[in-house]
Design a protein around this ligand. Structure first.
Ligand code: GLU
Length: 504
């Protein structure tokens, strides 16, 4: 048997360090067994998937040196490798399940589903929505079908008994079927859900080992059932421990930059980032802290993965990076420094903003130096403004930070919509609102538009700098944060309802 593993990211945002971590372990496992590793794009959520995000994922994994054998850009014998190009395949498989009676068309309306859930809650039953909960009489089904009502396709799930999930790291895990929903496999628009597409693709792409994050354990019973219904052999399942923030909560962009692009922009070396990810829950047999990707492949053993939540700590990563960096020869250093900061892809987008504002090249450094730096060194004094109390500055930065977190596609218009919307709703002039953002992002107000700066710096770097400015002024207490959170929720709703022209 040839070992085949995959990473299957959904292109719905910035390339996440968690994706790189899972890709790394899949690749290491495949390489250790002389197998293949493939990249599949899971873009069935058409509303949230974007081509920009897919491109960024591919670029970031490539930057890290995580190379795949088959994928949407490379092709391969098992393609297409993008789920949006495989609709017919899923349709056929839905037909198979409907014909064998393992799935059913569910005509329940949203209101009925809500009622069913409420009934369940008030009866004190802690179970999922079962097939019998959802059942409608044959007459009713025929009526709704004849009326052309919309439906979803759900899988049949046993209502009692225990499902055993065999996990490579955990051994057998028992889960009660009563807790497993009669999962939707195909939505009313004909698009498959993750569960169907993922299982069908893993089978058709001959995946032998599914190595993924532990947040997917609860999906495993549904997947096991689908393999049984189709009469296919199961791949081995291996759920990796989730990456955590230093406070042990799940790694999230609210607390830590999570985009691989942030680490690239900060000037981390890809070798160090991969080295650090390799140490998440895993160690070399000799416990050495610094190791290359090749060394990891040579020594890889999945059974050395430990389940205690690995902490992704930027300070430790900086330390590891410093070791890699000090070992560079002066020539390599200068080459890599130039490739990091001065390559055309980095410089070109800045030119239209810089060229009209300078007289000699050296003017570009104070004007645009913040594009190359990491965190802006800031003092409380720099963050004092004529028309704003210090508490108000913290509040505005925090509200802005939260609003910017909600942006899906990071572009100037979206940033402007949030910040200008906030100014309008808080009844504060844009010219008073923006200076704290200028200082937080660039350390000065004499530079290019802060909206352009943020657009070019990207979401993670922009957010990290805003967070840093808030830290410099002093993070608000719990009570204050709570009340600010309320204001934020209200603001984010109201901004959506603002007439478009006010955001322009
Ligand atoms: N598309 C899923 C994700 O975004 C894949 C999960 C899996 O590996 O099964 O993580």
């Amino acid at each position: 048997m040839t070992v085949r593993t995959r990473v299957a990211p959904s292109p719905t945002g910035d390339p996440h360090v968690g994706t790189a971590y899972i890709a790394l372990f899949n690749l290491a496992f495949a390489r250790q067994h002389g197998g293949q590793f493939l990249l599949r794009i899971e873009d069935t959520d058409q509303a949230r998937s974007t081509p920009e995000s897919e491109q960024a994922i591919l670029d970031s994994l490539r930057w890290l040196g995580l190379d795949w054998d088959e994928g949407p850009d490379k092709g391969g014998d098992y393609g297409p490798y993008r789920q949006s190009e495989r609709s017919e395949i899923y349709q056929q498989h839905i037909e198979t399940l409907l014909a064998s009676g393992h799935a059913f068309k569910c005509y329940r309306t949203a209101a009925e589903l809500e009622q069913l859930r409420q009934d369940k809650q008030s009866s004190g039953k802690q179970t999922a929505l079962t097939v019998s909960d959802l059942a409608l009489s044959a007459d009713e089904v025929a009526k709704r079908e004849a009326a052309g009502d919309s439906y979803v396709v759900r899988m049949k799930v046993p209502e009692e008994g225990v499902c055993v999930v065999n996990d490579m790291l955990r051994g057998p895990i028992e889960m009660e079927w009563a807790q497993v929903d009669a999962q939707i496999l195909m939505k009313s628009d004909g698009m498959p859900t993750y569960h169907l597409a993922n299982v069908v693709d893993d089978h058709l792409m001959a995946i032998t080992h599914v190595i993924r994050g532990e947040e997917w354990i609860s999906s495993a019973p549904k997947h096991i059932l689908l393999y049984q219904y189709f009469g296919w052999d199961m791949p081995q399942l291996c759920h990796m421990p989730l990456l955590r923030n230093p406070d042990k909560s799940k790694l999230s962009k609210r607390k830590n930059p999570t985009s691989i692009m942030f680490y690239e922009r900060m000037g981390f070396m890809s070798e160090a980032v991969i080295n650090y990810l390799g140490r998440m829950g895993w160690s070399m047999p000799d416990e050495s802290e610094k190791f290359s990707l090749t060394a990891m492949f040579e020594n890889f053993d999945i059974s050395r993965v430990s389940l205690g939540g690995p902490v992704f700590d930027i300070e430790k990563l900086r330390w590891l990076n410093s070791i890699w960096l000090r070992e560079l020869s002066a020539e390599d250093f200068s080459q890599r420094f130039a490739a990091w900061g001065l390559r055309p892809e980095n410089i070109l987008p800045l030119i239209p903003h810089v060229q009209p504002r300078i007289e000699v090249f050296s003017d570009a450094v104070p004007l645009a130096g913040h594009f190359l730096s990491g965190m802006t060194p800031l003092t409380v004094e720099q963050l004092q403004f004529k028309n704003l109390e210090q508490d108000r500055v913290v509040e505005l930065l925090q509200l802005g930070l939260w609003l910017l977190e909600s942006i899906r596609v990071w572009d100037r218009a979206a940033i402007e919509e949030q910040l200008f919307g906030m100014a309008k709703l808080l009844d504060i002039k844009v010219r008073d609102l923006l200076p704290p953002f200028f200082i937080a992002i660039a350390g000065t107000t004499s530079t290019i538009s802060v909206l352009d700066s943020m657009t070019l710096l990207g979401p993670d770097m922009s957010r990290a700098r805003l967070r840093h400015a808030i830290d410099v002024l002093g993070t608000p207490g719990k009570k204050k944060l709570k009340s600010m959170e309320k204001t934020f929720i209200q603001l984010s709703q109201d901004i959506k309802n603002l007439p478009k022209e006010t955001a322009e």
